[in-house]
Design a protein around this ligand. Structure first.
Ligand SMILES: [Zn+2]
Length: 305
């Protein structure tokens, strides 16, 4: 998550000079602007996600059935999988194609208490490993783990569309699926001197299309579980440049403001920091990251507050 100054500094070093500063911002830039005129492009208007194992078409949320193989189960005595009947939506932050669709992702969308750009490019490491590639990889790993426990998992995008979805659609996918819980996976673009991870939970926002009243408490419970499990699984320290004890609460993110299901964001590390970048580039570390997040969801979905 970056502020304007950080956005500007990164923009100067970014490889794609044709993009605007707005397009180069990461997840959290707060921009007051009016909504762009005109209809939402047809590419964004996709069929509502389905929890059924029907194949997803281009541009549709990527629902996948639970594997029918004999995956490990925590309930070995009965064979029942602990997450059977549960639906989880995983939102891989950004999209690799956003870099070449600046006009589309700079459209303003309603985030409940204001308007912001549809999406951003996300950040990247000095070596060019993009946040979008990172988030999709980790999301796949989380999906596989949760499916093995019986959950139905829906991705908001699976590399199956040219850009986006916009942040409001990312929230809507979780809502339409009536997900039991959702997470948006990110890597931060903070100052190079800063390291560590943090979890972002929804603030209470009642404005326009947004009403987070019903999700603030369960999202907080989910956030604590994600913070603790991710920390345990990866050893990654709490962020030392943002948030407090690895936790933040924000009211400017459409993906949270517009969610009607328990949801958090995780910034798994700071991709602009050399140490975090090295870890996030390591597939074995990413598997531990996914395990930590999956453990948190399993805890959330099998216990009560
Ligand atoms: Zn991001």
């Amino acid at each position: 998550m970056n502020h304007a100054s950080r956005t500007a500094s990164r923009a100067l070093a970014a490889p794609l000079g044709l993009l605007t500063l707005l397009a180069l911002s990461a997840c959290g830039t707060s921009t007051a602007a009016t909504r762009a005129a005109g209809p939402v492009p047809s590419e964004v208007t996709v069929a509502p996600p389905s929890a059924s194992p029907s194949p997803s078409g281009t541009g549709s949320p990527a629902a996948s059935p639970a594997p029918s193989s004999t995956a490990p189960s925590a309930s070995t005595t009965t064979g029942a999988k602990p997450l059977a009947g549960k639906t989880v939506v995983i939102d891989p932050g950004h999209n690799p194609g956003n870099f070449s669709h600046a006009t589309e992702i700079n459209q303003q969308v309603d985030v409940g208490n204001g308007h912001k750009e549809c999406d951003t490019t996300g950040t990247e490491t000095d070596a060019g490993y993009t946040e979008a590639a990172y988030t999709l990889d980790v999301s796949h790993r989380i999906r596989d783990l949760l499916q093995s426990l019986g959950a139905t998992v829906i991705l908001t995008q699976d590399g199956n569309r040219a850009w986006g979805p916009c942040v409001d659609e990312r929230a809507a996918i979780g809502n339409t699926a009536h997900a039991d819980a959702a997470i948006s996976v990110h890597g931060d673009g903070g100052p190079a001197s800063g390291s560590g991870f943090h979890v972002i939970m929804p603030a209470k926002v009642v404005a326009g299309k947004a009403d987070t009243s019903a999700i603030v408490d369960p999202s907080h419970r989910l956030g604590l579980l994600v913070r603790d499990s991710f920390h345990t699984a990866t050893g990654e320290p709490y962020a030392d440049y943002v948030a407090d004890q690895g936790l933040d609460t924000r009211s400017d993110l459409g993906g949270l403001n517009l969610s009607t299901v328990p949801k958090v964001f995780i910034e798994c590390g700071n991709m602009r920091n050399s140490g975090d970048a090295a870890r996030m580039t390591d597939p074995q570390w990413r598997q531990r990251a996914a395990q930590g997040i999956a453990d948190a969801f399993t805890g959330f979905l099998t216990t009560t507050g």
